[in-house]
Design a protein around this ligand. Structure first.
Ligand code: NAI
Ligand code: 13P
Length: 336
């Protein structure tokens, strides 16, 4: 039987572990807080992240990385992106030599501008054929409530992608597609969070659907430009991990990133919004690393620039809107 170890008892780690367990894999969920691990094992629920959701009986939680990793075929990582490097360094020695490491994370590392699969390869010292990425329109709460969803499983080694696809395929609830374009799949997931912050700000300011559609579409143009510069397959961005996730995140009130932006757009201060946000909104930090990555590759990302301005540099939402709308007129396909 395939053994899977999922690191992170947050909303997506727990939900993905449910999928793996119900799909028939031996599944262990690692959490850093022993009291939450005990509650999960004792009650079959994760009250902190998925209250009211019944976890499958065969899903076990542990606070021991060594125990979780023993004999694991797939090591699934679902911690906040900026914490991955430090955590993985501590788990590395227990990772089985032939295990595939899987990133569920949607962020870009601050300082290094590395994607999560790059951080994994570097810290765990594994080749790209042993690193996979899962990304798509996957709002955890909907999936935990057993609403249907599709995702993309990406690995440069097609056989590995297919093995992971099989491990997390759970008809009629969860439908994974494979893709060999790890760069594109990862970028789609990380940058859509930044665009969702922008859409949220606009919604919070009282703007309507025309503005949301404009931001989503021009956001996709930004993601595609960055992807082209980094060697991604352009088709990836019209797929589930590109447009699919962008639309889901930018339009759903369940999105933490969109909600964060909405609170800023309503006039709350950054400190107030941070205090009101209990889960990870990756775009808040990754907007800076995405912009740095864009600058390194000479890619223009105007929406990302104003998101950094509003979130980190005290730019008002109104000023951000004025800046975007006052740019010089261009042909639609300029620079794409
Ligand atoms: N929630 C969702 O709908 C989806 C989330 N994702 C991505 O999955 C990743 C994880 O997100 P969520 O599970 O939603 O986050 P979350 O905020 O619900 O949970 C984060 C988890 O990481 C743990 N954690 C925090 N700091 C840590 C550290 N220093 N070391 C180890 N563990 C730490 C927390 O205790 C918690 O268990 C993010 O990159 C997110 O963008 C991807 C798809 C869907
Ligand atoms: O990645 C997600 C949906 O695919 C979740 O988005 P948020 O992190 O904004 O909640």
């Amino acid at each position: 039987m395939t053994k899977t170890a999922v690191f992170g008892t947050g909303s997506w780690g727990t939900t993905f572990a449910m999928i793996l367990a119900e799909a028939g894999n031996e599944t262990v969920l690692w959490g850093r807080r022993p009291e939450l691990v005990e509650t999960i094992n004792a009650t079959g629920e994760n009250p902190d992240y998925l209250p009211g959701i019944r976890l499958p009986g065969r899903l076990l939680a542990t606070a021991s990385a060594e125990e979780a990793l023993a004999g694991a075929d797939f090591v699934v990582l679902a911690v906040p992106s900026q914490t991955l490097r430090g955590s993985l360094a501590g788990w590395r020695e227990h990772i089985p030599g032939d295990a595939v490491l899987v990133s569920l994370m949607k962020g870009v590392e601050l300082g290094t501008t590395k994607r999560m699969s790059e951080v994994i390869r570097e810290v765990a010292g594994v080749p790209e054929e042993r690193v996979a990425v899962v990304s798509g329109p996957n709002l955890a709460k909907e999936i935990a409530q057993r609403q249907p969803a599709a995702t993309v499983v990406a690995c440069t080694d097609e056989a590995v992608a297919k093995r992971l696809q099989e491990a997390c395929h759970l008809p009629p609830w969860f439908r994974p597609y494979t893709n060999l374009d790890v760069v594109g799949v990862e970028l789609g997931g990380a940058v859509k969070n930044v665009i969702a912050l922008a859409v949220g700000v606009a919604v919070g300011m009282g703007m309507g659907d025309n503005v949301a559609a404009m931001m989503i579409t021009r956001g996709l143009a930004e993601i595609s430009r960055l992807g082209a510069a980094l060697g991604a397959d352009p088709h990836t961005f019209s797929g589930l991990a590109g447009m699919g996730d962008l639309v889901a995140t930018c339009t759903s009130p369940l999105s933490r990133n969109r909600t964060f932006g909405e609170n800023l757009g309503r006039g709350m201060t950054l400190e107030e919004v941070v205090a009101a946000t209990r889960q990870t909104a990756e775009g808040v930090k990754s907007c800076e690393s995405v912009l740095e990555l864009a600058r390194k590759h000479d890619v223009e990302m105007p929406i990302t620039e104003v998101v950094v301005g509003v979130v980190h540099d005290g730019m008002s939402p109104r000023e951000a809107g004025m800046l975007l709308m006052s740019r010089s007129p261009k042909p639609e396909r300029y620079g794409v």
